[in-house]
Design a protein around this ligand. Structure first.
Ligand SMILES: [Zn+2]
Length: 290
C-alpha cells in the first residue's frame, strides 16, 4: 500500500484497548524487517527514524538522510499489503518541514531544549503545516532522557505535568502526545516502572492519543497496564537492535571467514523481524490491519 497517516488506527487502538507499534530503523534491513513483520502479523505498523538515524543514513547530512528514508519507506510500504506509516521521530523544526515535503506520513517535533512558550509556538505552526498535508503530528512534554550509555539521574527526570499537558495539547493542536512517565531511551534491560497514576490522570484530562517512548527499558507488565489505561502508540528501538545485532554477532563469532555482508545482515533482518512480530502480538495489534 502507499504510506498511510496512522492516526485513524491509533484512535481505533485506543478505543479497542491495544497499541500501534512504532518501530525504529537505522538501516535498510531494519526497515524491511519492520514491514515484513507487520505483513506477517496482518497488523498496521509505524516505521520510524530518529534524528540520529537520519544523520547516519545521510552520511552526516540530515537532509540526505531524509531523502533516503522517504524513498525506502515508500518502497517498503508498497511492498506489503498492510498499512504502514512513515514517521520522523524527534525531529527538529527544519527536519519536520523537510519530512512533510518529502512524503513522510507522520512527524514528531522535539522541542525539548526550548522554553515552554517557544515550544508551543513552533509546535503549533508545524501542526498547521502537517494538518494541511494530511500528516499526523506528535509532540512531547516532559523528559524521556536520552543518556546514550551515560549515567542518568532517575529522580531528576521531568515527568509530564497534567495541567501543563492539557494546556499544551490545546494550544498546539497536536494529533498525538508523547508522555514522560519515567521511561528512558536506549536502555538494554527492562528495569523501569511507569508512573501509571500520572498516566491515568493525563488520560482523563488530555483528549488526544498518548504515546510511550523508551519502551525497551520498561517492564512488560507496566507496558501492558499502560496500554489498558490508554497508551496507544508504543515506540520500540533498542530491543530490536539488540535482536538484530545478536544474530549478526552469532554468525561472525561462528565463522571468522565470512566476508559477504549478506551472510550476516540477512540473519540480522530475520531476527529483527521476529522481535517486531513479538512486540506486535504483545501490543495486541496482530490481525488489526484492515
Ligand atoms: Zn523517543
Amino acid at each position: 500500500m502507499t504510506l498511510q497517516n496512522g492516526l485513524p488506527w491509533i484512535l481505533r487502538a485506543r478505543q479497542e484497548g491495544w497499541a500501534v507499534g512504532a518501530f525504529n530503523a537505522n538501516t535498510l534491513e531494519q526497515a524491511q524487517a519492520i514491514v515484513l513483520a507487520a505483513q506477517a502479523e496482518n497488523a498496521p505498523a509505524i516505521l520510524q527514524v530518529s534524528h540520529r538515524a537520519l544523520t547516519y543514513i545521510g552520511s552526516g547530512s540530515e537532509i540526505q538522510g531524509l531523502k533516503y528514508i522517504a524513498a525506502i519507506g515508500k518502497v517498503a510500504a508498497e511492498s506489503v499489503a498492510v498499512p504502514i506509516a512513515l514517521h520522523l521521530d524527534h525531529g527538529t523544526e527544519s527536519e519536520v518541514l523537510q519530512a512533510i515535503a518529502l512524503g513522510f506520513s507522520s512527524v514528531m517535533f522535539d522541542g525539548d531544549d526550548l522554553s515552554y512558550d517557544e515550544n508551543v509556538s513552533i509546535t503549533k505552526r508545524l501542526c498547521e503545516t502537517a494538518r494541511s498535508n494530511g500528516v499526523c503530528m506528535e509532540a512531547e512534554l516532559g523528559e524521556v532522557p536520552k543518556p546514550d550509555g551515560r549515567a542518568y539521574d532517575e529522580a531528576a527526570i521531568a515527568l509530564t505535568q497534567p495541567d501543563e499537558a492539557v494546556q499544551f495539547v490545546e494550544a498546539t493542536g497536536i494529533d498525538t502526545f508523547a508522555v514522560a512517565l519515567g521511561s528512558v531511551h536506549g536502555l538494554k534491560t527492562k528495569q523501569i516502572s511507569l508512573d501509571l497514576d500520572r498516566l491515568k490522570t493525563i488520560r482523563e484530562r488530555v483528549p488526544v492519543p498518548l504515546v510511550l517512548h523508551g519502551s525497551s527499558g520498561v517492564s512488560d507488565k507496566d507496558i501492558e497496564q499502560g496500554i489498558a489505561i490508554g497508551l496507544c502508540k508504543v515506540n520500540v528501538a533498542t530491543q530490536l537492535s539488540q535482536a538484530f545485532t545478536k544474530a549478526v554477532r552469532e554468525v561472525l563469532n561462528r565463522d571468522d571467514g565470512v566476508v559477504d555482508p549478506r551472510k550476516y545482515l540477512d540473519p540480522g533482518r530475520d531476527a529483527q523481524m521476529e522481535a517486531v512480530r513479538e512486540r506486535i502480538r504483545f501490543f495486541g495489534a496482530s490481525g488489526k490491519a484492515r
